[in-house]
Structure formats: C-alpha cells, structure tokens
Write a protein that binds this ligand. Structure first.
Ligand SMILES: [Zn+2]
Length: 300
C-alpha cells in the first residue's frame, strides 16, 4: 500500500506530525498519551474503534528497530483508510470485520532510544557523553532507553533469572542493549505499557521488533492453548518461522509479561532480515511481509 501520509523520515517530530495528519484525516481515530519517556517525550497510543477488549500492537521497544514505528503507523493508516472508504482488509469488508472491535497501537514505546539511534549524539541530549562512552560512538546500534535500560528486559517476567543471565554475559549496568535495569518496571516506558494493560482489557498483544523473520508466541507453558493456533495463522500469512526463544531472549519481554500476568496470547514478531537498523528503503517490503498477519491479528 502506498502511504499518503507517512514521511520516510521518522524521527520523533516526524512521527508526531504523521500522527497529527492521520488524526485530521480520520476523524474516528483517537490518540492519547500513555506516559512519558525518561527525556519527557510523550508515548502515544492510537485507538481505532471501541470494544470491551482490545488488540494491542506495540512497536519500537529497541532504538535500532525504529523502522517498526513506521510499520505500525502504516498499519494504522491502512485500517483507517479501509474504514473511511468502505474498503476491504484481509479480503473482508473492513467496517464489518471491525464492527464492535477495538485496536490500540503504541507505535513508539522507546522514543528516546530511537532518537539516539536515528540522530546520534544530538538525539541523546544531555546524556550524550555517557551514551557515547557506553556505545563507543556507535549510536545507530543503541537499543536501550536514555538511561541505558533495555525496555524489553525490564518487564516483570522471570526478571531475576534474566538478571543473572545478563551478569553471566558481563552486563552489570547501563548498556546499549540487554541491561534489564535495577528492578522490574523501573522505567517509565515499561510502565506506560503495563499500566495501559492493567487499565484496559486486552484480548491479545503483538510486539513488533526487527529482525529475523520469526514469530515468538510462548512463555514457558503459561500461554493459553489458542496462542499456538493464532501463531500458526500469522506464520502462514507472513512466511515467518515459529520459534521458542532461548537464553537472554526468553524472559523479561513485554509479551512474556503479558502472557504470565494476563494468561492471554502475546506475540513478538521479528520483522525482516539483515542487520539493525534495517534500511528505510526496505520499508515497503517489510510492511508487505507482515500486513496480512497484522490485519488478521486484529480480528482473531
Ligand atoms: Zn527488539
């Protein structure tokens, strides 16, 4: 799908502009801040439709994976456009498919980390000297938030065990990647999501990351039986592989926490293949690879 709204440039100010433009184009689309990052940037949550329970999509947990913000916004635009024009999504009339359903999208969970990866030293603000030291000048690769905490290691799911694994890897404190913080949910970006999920009933959640072309759907044996079936459908639509995470990737993440606290399906989709950050030129192909899976997830 060709976007009418989204810039190819997606630093924080451009993301805000794109959201504003969508809000003025689609008057049924809503947007609320659900928290603020360490640097005070708003974390936005977009809402399409109203329901007793929502499907939540969240993107850009990791700085170097900022392309997932654009994928999430493209998804919002496609759904909104279909609703506005009476078009189809996943081969079904969008208005009928989404009748009585609700979609929430948090396109940029870690705005500070993404700003650091996109803009380097300038994006790091007053933390620039420390961040430069931690990442050896490789700002592009930065995954953590402004304080050097990896948001996807900061959720309260096997956190102590994960902390021990991090230490075994030599990660004791703030780091460009994989430091889970000094306590679970210590970071405002993490709490923005956990508080949202405690306040609003979710049917299932989807976390967007890059890269690997895989879908993670389990957390030990805590997920409900329907998780496997749903993951199979998304894998069939995208051609991505289903995998069970191991080691440092197997705990502390958003989907892990959601599955264990809510006992409902949670998924991580690792979009595309290559080295993070994936080039913006890959965006149309990346979006195409997951669009059907994302759309189906909204009506499953
Ligand atoms: Zn990631």
């Amino acid at each position: 799908m060709q976007s009418n709204i989204l810039p190819i440039d997606y630093e924080y100010s451009a993301v805000k502009k794109a959201i504003d433009k969508m809000l003025s184009t689609y008057n049924f689309l809503r947007c609320k801040p659900i928290g603020r990052s360490c640097a005070g940037r708003e974390i936005f949550c977009l809402q399409i439709g109203e329901s007793d329970e929502y499907v939540l999509y969240a993107a850009a947990f990791h700085g170097s994976e900022h392309i997932t913000t654009n994928i999430a916004l493209r998804f919002v635009e496609e759904v909104c456009e279909a609703l506005l024009t009476g078009g189809e999504i996943a081969g079904i009339d969008a208005r009928r498919a989404l009748y009585g359903r609700g979609i929430l999208v948090v396109p940029l969970v870690n705005p500070d980390g993404c700003e650091i990866s996109i803009k380097g030293e300038i994006g790091a603000g007053y933390m620039a000297p420390k961040i430069k030291r931690l990442c050896g000048g490789k700002f592009q690769k930065w995954n953590a938030n402004l304080r050097g905490v990896d948001i996807n290691h900061n959720f309260d799911a096997g956190w102590n065990e994960l902390r021990a694994l991090e230490k075994a890897e030599g990660i004791y404190g703030p780091s460009p990647t994989r430091f889970g913080g000094y306590s679970p949910e210590s970071e405002p970006e993490t709490r923005a999501l956990t508080e949202l999920c405690r306040r609003v009933k979710m049917r299932h959640v989807i976390a967007l990351h890059t890269q690997g072309e895989v879908i993670y759907w389990s957390y030990g044996d805590k997920q409900p039986a329907r998780s496997a079936k749903m993951a199979e459908i998304m894998a069939a639509e995208s051609g991505y592989a289903l995998e069970v995470p191991t080691g440092l990737a197997s705990m502390g993440g958003f989907k892990d926490w959601f599955i264990s606290e809510h006992r409902k399906p949670g998924f991580t989709i690792e979009i595309g293949k290559g080295e993070n950050p994936l080039p913006i030129s890959a965006l149309p192909k990346l979006y195409d690879s997951v669009r059907e899976a994302l759309i189906l997830a909204s009506i499953m």
